[in-house]
Ligand binder design. Sequence first.
Ligand code: ZN
Length: 471
Amino acid sequence: MTADRVDPGPSERAAVAALADEFLKSLREWITIPSISTDPAHHGDVAASARWLADALRADGWPEVAVWDHGPALPAVYACWPADDPAAPTVLVYGHHDVQPVDPPEAWEHPPFAGVVVGEELFGRGASDDKGQVAMQMLGVRAHLAATGARAPAVTLKFFVEGEEESGSPHLADLLDRHAADLACDLVVFTDTPLHARDAPTVNTGQRGVLGAEVTFTGGASDVHSGRVGGGVPNPATALARLVAALHDDDGRVRLPGFYADVAEPTAAERADYAALPFDEADWLAANAGGARAVAGEAGWSTLERVWVRPTAEVNGISGGYTGPGLKTIVPREASVKLSFRLVPNQVPAAVADGLREFVAAHTPDGITARVALRGDGTPPYAVDVAHPAAVAVHVAVSEAFGQRARYSRTGGSGPAAVLHATLGVPVVYLGATLPDDRIHAPNERVVLPLLLRGAEAAARLWRSLPERLS
Ligand SMILES: [Zn+2]
């Protein structure tokens, strides 16, 4: 498609419109359940949310619905609706039904668990992340059936709606292992990412990975007097500061050995799309960057590229020596830095960890002992090939539903998509219709309802088109 206007055609849109009132009523009800997975006091609510979802799926006609409750994992919901054609592809839709805490509660203009509608916006915790998008997918299935007049979807559909995503999905690998047969599929549709902007529909094509580590430099067995001894022994804090300063070169490139060896750059078409997306630096800084007053990063790449498709090293925190009130004249015995690396395709967390160890060894002076502690194995990055037939199908469906050619985007954060890809061994595509300024994880979370309806329409179009695209 070169023209920006895309003719939507009639039926899926009409089907969504006919179901819109019921959809909103149902989503508002779900939002009243405070399914906060990080707070043990709300674990009963997470279970209630799973039961609510299972009941709603049954009411929609899903023939197979189960709540997977394998403590200590919080309940996940699974559903399957087989296509009439046994040769049809199988698609697994991923989302989550747990939500973030609401602190501080006094900062909410509307109660977080009331589902208040103001104009086109629905307010509440989970309205955008991720109950709104899961409900959007449910509506998409209903609209698909209504638009096609069929009793079963054109592809075998499976829903897998996790209850611990906001807690870092600690049991996801275990669930995938335990239910490998149930979750077997040809494609994952991941529903937990936003559009770029209200008037700029996008198809997300990937997420960065992440590796966390802590580097500790230790000198002697105790802090020592900075007068009697200082100047005569290595200072772990000074040595650590040198290491931190050496992490980037003057062009903002990360200096770990081999760090860029596996980096795959986005295609020219993807870069052209990023460049064409509306982007106002001042607005972006104000809305996304905590009031930072300038952009910074790797030379040769735009801000969107720096946060979507380029790998990074960030200092998350530095500690060491005396930081209390007044002065304490010491040479500290120890200093440490917490680091996180965001990774892009095709970087491998273990290889980056090797590069970090090598870098630390090269920056450890005599008389200092270095320790590198990794935070788990890290999360790999993921990106789908935009030429994959499923990626093309999503792109066409979103373009049709939103009435203009969707552009490609990525997500700088990390999530379970890479885990799903690695475990299930199938491509992951992204279908989301929320906005970056929906204030997810913050007070006054909202979702823009007309966008969710467009997203449902895109899903309905996708289910109709996939059998032919994937054949
Ligand atoms: Zn989410």
